[in-house]
Design a protein around this ligand. Structure first.
Ligand code: ARG
Length: 276
């Protein structure tokens, strides 16, 4: 029997969403984007969270920042403390201060902007006591030390090797404190060996489910919200006693993002652990 724990999420409406530059292989500025459809799909995701009993705050979208919808990248928030992102790409740098100020003014005054490139929960995922940390494309490997010092939690560095899976949250999802799902081919041989050692019972995703961004999911411990066309993963989750909920975020995938990318978890001290 799996238990859901209510979550506190921060999201950003894709009011100014577009694909006008390319900083990952999914982004093709020549392909048309339907911003209205992106907004409709995003609203549906928000409604799913509210129907599950989660709290959803929103940050005001800023014009000229078409990727700001991907709130996961704005920070990592654990034990009520926020390590705010420092983006790699010039196109997204101004998002950092926007997330910083929102967090400072909305209950997270204990915060700091990362000194080296750190793309927040895009690359940092809390799994029980461990903070899993991606590098290879975006977050600087030195950001792993910085995060370990800041949070006082053991950071497990993982190297990504496939440019299609450029952030950790595109290749791995945390389902509960002990359970993760991941796509093995996205990781270096050493990092894959680490994952096998720490999570021998992990759910292993296929190439098809990874390409559908099935690993870009959120979980409350029971309900797993994921792209609806990750059908194999959906079945595996059901077999493990989770309750998968499929959503369609096809417009946002044109920028290389989906469910998790749109969702930043805000954890107070009490919300940083699941009850044993
Ligand atoms: N276009 C965005 C970028 O390349 C997508 C970010 C997706 N966010 C995530 N958490 N993986 O930065």
């Amino acid at each position: 029997m799996r238990t859901a724990r209510p979550r506190h999420y921060l999201m950003c409406r894709p009011t100014h969403f577009d694909v006008v530059y390319s900083i990952n292989p999914w982004m093709d500025p020549a392909k048309p984007v339907d911003t209205q459809l992106a907004i409709t799909q995003w609203e549906k995701l928000r409604e799913v969270y509210l129907s599950l009993g989660h709290t959803v705050d929103t940050i005001d979208p800023l014009p000229g920042l078409p990727d700001m919808v991907f709130a996961a990248n704005g920070a990592t928030v654990i034990d009520g403390r926020a390590l705010v992102a420092r983006f790699r790409d010039a196109e997204r740098i101004a998002e950092g201060p926007a997330y910083h100020d929102w967090l400072r003014d909305n209950g997270f005054p204990d915060l700091r902007t990362a000194h080296v490139v750190n793309e927040g929960e895009g690359d940092y995922l809390l799994a029980g006591e461990w903070l899993l940390a991606g590098t290879g494309f975006r977050s600087d490997p030195r950001s792993h030390d910085e995060a370990q010092e800041f949070f006082g939690r053991p950071v497990i560095g993982l190297t990504l090797v496939d440019p299609d899976y450029y952030h950790l949250d595109t290749a791995l999802t945390v389902l509960d404190e002990q359970t993760i799902a991941y796509y093995p081919a996205a990781f270096s041989p050493g990092s894959l060996a680490v994952l096998r050692r720490l999570f021998p019972d992990a759910v292993i995703a296929t190439a098809e489910d990874a390409a559908a961004f099935g690993l870009n999911a959120t979980s409350d411990g029971h309900n797993v919200v994921l792209p609806h066309n990750a059908t194999g993963l959906t079945e595996q989750l059901r077999a493990r006693g989770f309750h998968p909920i499929g959503v369609d975020l096809s417009e946002l995938l044109k920028a290389g993002g989906s469910v998790k990318c749109c969702t930043l978890e805000l954890r107070t001290a009490a919300q940083s652990h699941d009850p044993a």
